[in-house]
Design a protein around this ligand. Structure first.
Ligand code: ATP
Ligand code: MG
Length: 455
């Protein structure tokens, strides 16, 4: 497992042959010790970056100056990138985001000491072996996330580390060491000063581990500091006979459920939708005279909040659109019939153009996870969802129609047959035609559709 790939070894060897010191650091070392190969290789070296670039280029290696302000260049060997950074420590962090200065140092131990967690602060050299001054190997074996140095100071330097701790705990299925955990909670509010796109990357990373449920249950102080819209979910009693849990525990169960039902690798958007599907429930809740809870328009409001959260976190536009579609339709009434499922596809197509097919199964996964995370009486619905998936599969295979582009006539046919001008009217006629096809009033067949247009 500790076999350094040849392309990375070449970078280390060239630098050392030139009289510098070079080590592999960070994620590759951690994952190699876990027997998880394939992580990008990062190298740290005593060479100043100008020297790194010169020496590697002299050996015929392609070098890109990707982050020279921080001492980083990227070598490309056999098509694989190797980020190579000069030993450095960071100065003060007055904006709690970027160090004001980086200071280059001569000792690899100092470079390791500025890293966030012990499991990320190990260096490896193919001959000299593992350099592990903070006990990262032991922590990794015991699955412990522990700050390097004084946790409170380290989180005050860079509050993003608070969220990174949660991400690595999810990723490694680890616990967070108690002093680190206490500092995490104390420093979580400082996440409000961190750039939103960095928070977005870490939140994405947490969701990608498939263990968001754990993070919601055990590190909610951190998640709700990172995304304040989540905060009202905790302890919110829905006073509904359909719900045994508060919105937070329900959401944790839905996050776990989508992993299970979508086979462990659900869509990026489905994970976001699971996290945010009920985010607007507390705001949309009201109680009737008998003390029962009701919600008005919470999926639509939820989609609005989802969009604003995800856009702020700089998540890709397509993923945002897809997640919003799933959130806004998660309570959409569906039955296991072709017309009902076509209506669902139509709605998905409207919310997330071009993604309906892919999202249709995700929506059923979300609805199933939602149903089993409510109360036992909702389990019956989960069984119905099996039938829906079967009908949906048949519908998609059999060329069911849910978007105007699938009609056997085009806008040009509408213009000719109806004698109308190009413009929005054409789309309206196509939409009417689509409804007629979906309702079974006319076959999706060219002659039949032309007749319908003439009529
Ligand atoms: P991943 O597979 O998630 O990329 P990684 O360990 O490579 O894991 P990166 O975020 O790419 O994580 O960072 C590379 C290394 O740089 C980390 O292992 C850690 O040593 C160090 N590092 C990254 N971000 C920070 C930070 N905010 N504070 C301290 N050290 C950091
Ligand atoms: Mg990395």
């Amino acid at each position: 497992a500790r076999e350094l790939p040849a392309y990375a070894r070449r970078v280390v060897d060239v630098l050392e042959a030139a009289g510098y010191e070079a080590w592999v650091v960070g994620g590759w070392v951690r994952d190699a010790l876990l027997g998880r190969p394939g992580h990008d290789v990062d190298v740290t070296t005593s060479a100043p970056w100008q020297e790194t670039a010169r020496v590697l280029r002299a050996a015929g290696i392609e070098v890109h100056e990707t982050g020279t302000a921080h001492g980083t260049v990227t070598a490309v060997v056999e098509g694989r990138p190797v980020e190579t950074t000069t030993y450095r420590v960071e100065g003060s962090y007055s904006d709690r985001r970027h160090p004001d200065e980086v200071r280059f140092v001569t000792n690899v131990r100092e470079d390791l000491a500025r890293r966030d967690f012990t499991v990320n602060a190990m260096a490896f050299h193919p001959e000299r072996g593992l350099l592990d001054p903070f006990g990262g190997e032991k922590d990794l074996a015991a699955r412990i996330i522990r700050a390097v140095g004084e946790p409170r100071l380290r989180f005050e330097e860079d509050a993003l580390r608070v969220l990174r701790a949660v991400r690595f705990a999810c990723r490694l299925d680890a616990m967070i060491e108690p002093a680190t955990q206490a500092a995490l909670v104390a420093c979580a509010p400082e996440l409000s000063e961190i750039a939103q796109e960095r928070i977005g990357q870490e939140m994405d990373g947490i969701l990608a581990t498939g263990r968001a449920a754990w993070a919601l249950r055990h590190e909610f102080a951190v998640l709700s500091a990172a995304v304040p819209e989540l905060a009202p979910m905790a302890g919110f009693d829905q006073k509904s006979p359909y719900h045994d849990y508060d919105v937070l525990e329900h959401t944790a169960r839905v996050c776990a459920g989508v992993e299970e039902f979508a086979g462990g690798s659900p869509l990026h958007a489905l994970r976001w939708a699971a996290l945010l599907h009920d985010v607007a429930k507390p705001a949309c809740w009201s109680e009737d005279v008998s003390g029962r809870g009701h919600f008005f328009g919470h999926p639509e409001e939820g989609a609005r909040v989802t969009r604003s959260v995800m856009e702020r976190l700089a998540i890709p536009r397509e993923v945002v659109r897809a997640a919003c579609a799933l959130v806004s339709l998660h309570d959409f009434e569906i039955r296991a019939t072709a017309p009902s499922l076509r209506r669902m596809l139509l709605e998905l197509e409207r919310c997330a153009p071009g993604q309906a097919r892919e999202l249709s199964f995700a929506l059923l996964d979300l609805k199933r996870a939602d149903a089993v995370a409510k109360a036992p009486q909702c389990m019956g619905y989960a069984v119905e969802l099996d039938a829906m998936s079967r009908v949906l599969r048949a519908e998609l295979a059999g060329g069911g129609v849910w978007k105007t582009g699938q009609l056997a006539v085009s806008g040009a046919d509408v213009i000719r047959e109806r004698g109308i001008e190009p413009g929005p009217g054409v789309g309206m006629v196509l939409a009417q035609l689509l409804s007629a096809v979906m309702a079974g009033e006319v076959e999706n067949e060219r002659e039949a559709l032309l007749a319908w247009l003439r009529w």
